[in-house]
Write a protein that binds this ligand. Structure first.
Ligand code: PCA
Length: 326
């Protein structure tokens, strides 16, 4: 027994000596979407990967559903160092700079592949904008294509007049205005209640968000429109990033690359799966009719022109580079 105790003591001492000299850090990671949402699942895997990969030197705890910071406050919390790291809807920052809305330009891209090409050309501009704000981009994952939800059949923009519309960024707000709906900005974590109580009756979003939030309990129609594919992103405070050892930076970058790959794969898989889920919940799921699509495309042109105006030279450079690559 004595021998065993001695052996264990020697083993433990050796293990302690063998540990890296890095102090253990605990990072809280706020996220706006529910824990079951695929972005949050991907973020939780990323956090686990970093915790394991750094041998516990950096331990990340995720806080989904806006439980630590509400969606609208996450970027500021990371920027000001209240938390070292966070995950958020990129176009949620359009009110700060139109550039953040490069992924919400209506009908510029309509598939995941086109969207990835747009991301490639937008990414350097995005990273530059973020670095001016003391933020570093770790990875980014798209949402499935955006469609329209209603609690009645809708065949034209005229049918939308006066409907209370849940928006999630400037572009969705503007879409509501141009279709004579009444926008109300609500985080996805709260939409089930908003629809149940009639605070909102409609939205533009992915099948994934409607499925997550079981919107068939209140809404009846989903129209595929493929308006755009917005992205979420994982951001880290640049001062915190600068302090991370090269070895741990490599681990975090590898975890981020895997998260981007896995999250993108999930977004693609969930497109069909969640639309089938909405139908199974009792909703009518179908493409928007040709007349409605034509009206929406005209509204999209107005929104594109407005975005290009607001986003200036950088916005023009992104769209031109994308079009040149087609
Ligand atoms: N879901 C998010 C943004 C885009 C999406 O598909 C939301 O509705 O908040």
């Amino acid at each position: 027994m004595k021998t065993l105790t001695t052996t264990l003591a020697v083993a433990v001492t050796t293990a302690i000596v063998a540990l890296p000299a890095t102090a253990q850090e605990k990072w809280d990671l706020p996220m706006a979407y529910s824990g079951s949402n695929f972005h949050s699942v991907t973020g939780a895997e990323f956090a686990q990967c970093v915790t394991t990969g750094t041998g516990g030197a950096i331990e990340i705890t995720t806080h989904p559903s806006g439980s630590l910071f509400a969606g609208a406050d996450i970027k500021r919390a990371v920027q000001t160092g209240q938390v070292p790291i966070g995950e958020r809807l990129l176009s949620g920052h359009q009110n700060e700079s139109a550039i953040f809305g490069w992924d919400s330009i209506p009908f510029l891209v309509s598939s995941f592949d086109e969207h990835e090409q747009l991301y490639e050309v937008a990414k350097p501009h995005l990273e530059e904008l973020l670095s001016e704000q003391n933020l570093t981009l770790l990875y980014s994952v798209p949402w499935p294509p955006q469609g329209l939800y209603f609690n009645k059949e809708v065949n034209s923009v005229a049918d939308m007049e006066g409907i209370k519309f849940r928006s999630y960024n400037n572009a969705t707000n503007r879409l509501a205005e141009l279709t004579s709906m009444l926008p109300v900005q609500i985080e996805a974590a709260e939409i089930s209640q908003a629809f149940a109580t009639g605070v909102a009756e409609s939205m533009v979003s992915s099948g994934a968000t409607g499925y997550d939030r079981k919107v068939w309990e209140s809404l009846s129609h989903f129209y595929s429109v493929d308006a755009w594919l917005p992205r979420n992103y994982m951001l880290i405070n640049s001062d915190v990033w600068a302090e991370v050892s090269d070895q741990n930076k490599n681990v975090i970058n590898a975890c981020a690359a895997m998260a981007e790959y896995a999250g993108t794969w999930r977004a693609k898989e969930y497109t069909g799966f969640t639309l089938a889920g909405l139908a199974a919940g009792g909703m009518t799921v179908q493409p928007a009719g040709e007349a409605l699509m034509n009206e929406l495309r005209a509204i999209g042109e107005t929104m594109t022109a407005e975005w290009l105006e607001a986003a200036g030279e950088t916005g023009r450079a992104i769209v031109d580079a994308y079009n040149a690559a087609q």
